[in-house]
Design a protein around this ligand. Sequence first.
Ligand SMILES: Cc1ncc(COP(=O)(O)O)c(C=O)c1O
Length: 385
Amino acid sequence: MTALLPPSSRSDIPMFRALDILSKVNEMDAAGADIRRLGAGQPCFGAPQQALDHAMQVLRDDPRQGYTEAIGTPKLRERISRYYTKYYGASLPANQIVVTAGSSCGFIIAFIAAFDAGDRVAVITPTYPAYRNFLKALNVEIIEIEGSREDGYQPTAKLLEECGEKFDGLIINSPSNPSGTMIDEDELEKICKWCDKKGVRLISDEAYHGITYGKKAATALKYSKNAILLNTFSKYFAMTGWRLGWVAMPENLAVRGKKLSENFFVSAPTLSQHVAYKVFDHIDVLDSYVALYKKNREILCNALPEAGLPDFTSADGAFYVYADISNKSDNSVDFCARMLSEARVSTTPGVDFDLTRGHQGIRICYADSTQNIIEACERLKNWRL
Ligand SMILES: Cc1ncc(COP(=O)(O)O)c(C=O)c1O
C-alpha cells in the first residue's frame, strides 16, 4: 500500500479556538442545550433590510451572477472611497482599493505584497490570532511584543523604540480584538511616523472602525503613505457571512494587489458586492446596532465584578472585553470549558490571543441581543467555580 505523503511544515498552524468553540456550541445547541453565546465575534444583526431587498432584486434581474472585476466593482470601490472622504476626511483613491472575500483574504494579499519569506513582523499581544498563523504559513517570522495592561495592550511608539527588536513590519488593530481598546489618534500618528522613519511596513487592521463608544477610531491612512489598511463588511456593516472586506493599498502597491487578487481569488462574491454598495445608504441602521452594543457593554461591565471578574479592559470599541481570570484559574481553556458546561455561557480562552500569558485571560463578546446578554450575566453571577 502506498504511504500517505506528509503535509508541508508551514501548514502546521494552531487551530482557531474561537471558531472551534463556535462549532461545539452549534452542536450543543442542536442537541437542545440552551447556551448564551459570548464566544464568537460576530454581530447578532444582519445587513439592513433595504440592502437585502436590493439583493433579491439583483438576483431576479441577473440570476447568472458572474465574476466581477478582480479588485471589486468600480461602483463599490468608488463608494468605499467616498466613505473615507466623508467618515475620516481622508483621501483614498478607488484604484488603491482591493475588494476581497472578507478581510481574511485581504491579509493574504497585504502580507504577500508587503513581506518576503524570512522577514520579521511584530504584533502586540494579546492579538488576533490569525495574523500570527497567516504569517507562519508564509514563512514570515513573528515577533511577539507583550502589550501592557496600562496601555490597553496596544503599542506605543516608545514601546516599539525600546522593545529591543528589529522588524520589517508591524500589525496594529484598533479597536482591538480581543481587548476592545483603542490607540489614541496622537499615538497613532507617532506610530505611523516611527514606522516610516524606520522603514517598517505598517499593517493597520481597521476591522472594528465604526464600532466605538466615545472617540471615533483614527485611520492610519491619514498619517502614513506606506500603511496598508484592512477593513471588512463583517463587523460594523453586519454582513459577516457575505464574506466581503477590502484592502487599501499604498499607491505603489496597488498593481501588486490587483495581480495577487486576480490570481488567487479571481474576484470577491458578486452578490455581496451589490449588498455592500447599498449598505452605505443605511448608516443610521448600522449606528443603531452600535447603540445596542453600547448598552450591552454597560450591562456586561456592571455584571463582571459581581461575577467575580473585576479586572477587565476598558472596551472603548469593537464588542469585546478581555477579562483577567487569574483570581479564579490558571488555565483559561479549562475555565472556558467549565463555564460552557456548568454555566452554559460560551467565551474564548486567552490562549488564542496570547501564547505566553493567555491562560490568565478570556475574551467576552457582547454582540448578542440585550436579552441574551442579561441572561448570560445572570448565569455568570450565579456560577460558582
Ligand atoms: C481583528 C480582526 N480582523 C479581521 C477579522 C476577519 O474578518 P473577516 O474575514 O470576516 O473580514 C476579524 C474577525 O473576527 C477580526 O477580529
